[in-house]
Design a protein around this ligand. Structure first.
Ligand code: ASP
Length: 440
């Protein structure tokens, strides 16, 4: 059979679900490009509806999953010292990966200078209605860093649960889980309760995955149809720098990191978490992708003990793709508006991007809002600030899809490295994609 026929058959009929999702993304891009030039409001409404159905379904299981996974993970580790060891290793690994991301972002933005001469595109492409919305968002972010950290401590956990605020939820659940681990056997009823919650949540995730290919198709098509292809041409250098930065993270930094800190093969790891990476791209939300990231890791060789503790924290705290984008975006605006980029300012931008990215939620667009933390000290006028922001928003979705994929890939890289260090990987399974169980 001809090669192209084999490829088409593999895409369309391949038994593996990841091929279905991949074909959903490719088809979504074509349909999105077609729709951009044609007024078909009914089709757009249906696509938006289908995409939202998929996102809501997976968001629905995130909170029960995070709560049950952390409680099971922490109580199964039990010993506080070991927990402290995992925790500090996790923060160290996230720190290394995020530092690499901001260094790459800053180096590329300084080499390619995407912002030079961009001030007039910014003025042309930052619509007034977006500016108003952005001005409000920026204002809300203007609290100082201490206030942001204060917001991580939930004065009323139920309120955080109802609002879906992941960081305060995780702070509360972590404390609760550590306390449960401390109280000994009396914790059994609660732990078994959450073991059942976790198992049921994973089952629902399996069912939702039947809807992944059409869901990701619809999300990609409606995202692509809303960008102007014309705007791409004018900011191609900015997008090129971002794309190159993301590729360097995925193809150079992570393989080197894994080689240095573990025996994990990056290709095997990527194939193990392929569905999660594609859903991250489609949904632009690492929190919503979390149930899938957990399912892929656990079904393909990474122990429950490690993944149930590390992945929920990673999906909220580890945002290296976001940090890379924030660094490039801030340097882009500084170049556009002629702010002198001294070495001191560049280091400050990089450090603030590391902090700002880890304070942002794993939901679409959050990373762009927390950029305000970095931009505040840059000496831009309020008008420049708002116009610059509004401009970044016009090309937000595509960059969000890319950086979320990177965020989720690095969560998988760190969990695999920690599991390797703790002898908690089944390499016979991880290195044998033919034996992978489908999610669903
Ligand atoms: N959408 C990203 C994520 O969920 C966060 C961001 O906006 O950068 O990982």
């Amino acid at each position: 059979m001809k090669l192209h026929m084999q490829i088409l058959i593999a895409l369309g009929l391949g038994i593996k679900r990841n091929w279905h999702i991949f074909s959903g993304i490719i088809l979504g891009i074509f349909v999105g490009v077609f729709l951009h030039g044609h007024e078909l409001p009914v089709v757009s409404t249906i696509l938006t509806f289908l995409g939202q159905v998929f996102i809501r379904l997976i968001q629905m299981v995130v909170i029960p999953l995070v709560v049950s996974a952390i409680i099971i993970g922490v109580t199964s580790v039990g010993d506080n010292r070991q927990l402290g060891k995992f925790g500090s290793k996790m923060i160290l690994y996230y720190g290394i990966i995020t530092a690499a991301a901001v260094a790459i972002g800053a180096a590329l933005a300084l080499i390619f200078q995407p912002g030079l001469g961009a001030a007039h595109y910014i003025a042309q492409n930052s619509a007034t209605e977006v500016q108003t919305a952005v001005a409000t968002a920026v204002e809300q972010q203007q609290g100082n860093i201490l206030n942001i950290f204060l917001g991580f401590i939930p004065s009323n956990p139920m309120h955080s649960f109802a609002a879906g605020d992941m960081v305060p939820i995780i702070v509360f659940v972590l404390l609760f889980a550590i306390a449960l681990a401390k109280v000994g056997d009396v914790n059994r009823p609660i732990v078994s309760f959450f073991e059942s919650v976790f198992a049921a949540t994973m089952k629902i995730t399996d069912w939702i995955m039947f809807f992944a290919a059409p869901g990701v198709f619809a999300l990609t098509a409606s995202a692509v149809s809303s960008f102007g292809i014309d705007i791409f041409a004018s900011i191609s250098k900015y997008l090129f720098v971002l794309f190159l930065g993301f590729m360097l993270q995925l193809c150079v930094v992570y393989p080197l990191f894994l080689r240095f800190f573990s025996k994990v093969n990056i290709i095997m790891l990527y194939s193990a978490v392929a569905e999660a990476l594609m859903v991250a791209f489609g949904t632009a939300s690492s929190s919503a992708t979390l149930p899938l990231t957990v399912a892929c890791c656990e079904k393909r060789g990474i122990s429950h003990k490690i993944s149930s503790f590390v992945l929920p924290l990673g999906a909220t705290l580890n945002m290296d793709g976001t940090a890379l984008l924030q660094t490039v975006a801030v340097i882009f605006l500084a170049q556009a508006y002629g702010v002198a980029l001294t070495p001191f300012l560049i280091v400050e931008i990089c450090l603030l991007a590391m902090i700002a990215s880890s304070t942002c939620a794993g939901i679409p667009g959050a990373g762009l809002i927390t950029i305000a933390l970095i931009l505040n000290g840059m000496g831009l006028s309020p008008e420049q600030l708002v116009a610059g922001f509004a401009f970044l928003f016009t090309i937000e979705r595509i960059t969000d899809m890319m950086r979320t994929l990177v965020n989720v890939a690095s969560d998988a890289v760190v969990v695999a490295a920690i599991a390797d260090n703790e002898n908690e990987i089944n390499y016979d399974l991880l290195n044998n994609p033919a034996a992978y169980e489908d999610i669903a």
